[in-house]
Design a protein around this ligand. Sequence first.
Ligand code: DGL
Length: 276
Amino acid sequence: MDNRAIGVFDSGLGGLTAVRQLQKLMPDEHIIYFGDTGRVPYGSRSRRTIIQYTRQDTAFLLSHPLKAIVVACGTVSSVAMGTVQQEVSVPMVGVVQPACRRAVQETKNRKIGIIGTKGTIQSGSYEAGLHTLNPSVQTIARACPLFVPLVENGRFRTGDRVAELVVEEYLQEIRAFGVDTLILGCTHYPLLADLIRAYMGDQVTLIDPGAEAAAYTKTFVEPCEPGNGRTEYYVSDDPDSFGQYASVFLGGNETVRADLVDIASYETIRKGNQKG
Ligand code: DGL
């Protein structure tokens, strides 16, 4: 048994897609979530800045005893994880590989769509991951920069006319390409899943990378003793607004209380981590 926590981070609400699945699959785990709400979005920033933010987010999480870090952010997984991983002694799980594995398993016609932030799409990370697993898949990718601000502002519910229009504009070409599988390559996007499904049709399988990363995490972490299950939430700005939307997304039964963190003060990654 290993009672250390699992750290999870993202630029904002998106990483809750991984938290929700971790809570479901591993209810006895202690989870520490950090959402960098003061600096969201990450997806339009330079590689240098994304690496710097990733170092700080990781350093904050490692100020707690951890047994693994789930990088619940497509942008960080695509752009910065390769660099920061080498500086950290606990395993880091990104979202790209688990999502690609699931997509290749699900597709029948071998046409897979990928949507993500500008940083993720420019990196080509999902295409590379898919083609390594199956060189014969055909891919079509599109950056959807307005999706993250929509989600962070709570505009993810069915019937939201603005969100519906943006979904249509971004997904038109992908639908016309005839994909049967669509990777929601930014962890914020599953919050828009109902709107995306309504536009793409039920025949298209939507892949949730945060959920896939959580499922993968379960395969290798040593579990906590029973009865330890709890989640702590931290953000870099506006804990009340985060808490309100997080409660809706996590099912509404749980009142989410988040604490504020001065993330800019975390610079140094502590390599070691005590077993609790
Ligand atoms: N949810 C993140 C991702 O998966 C970050 C989105 C953003 O901050 O731009 O890419």
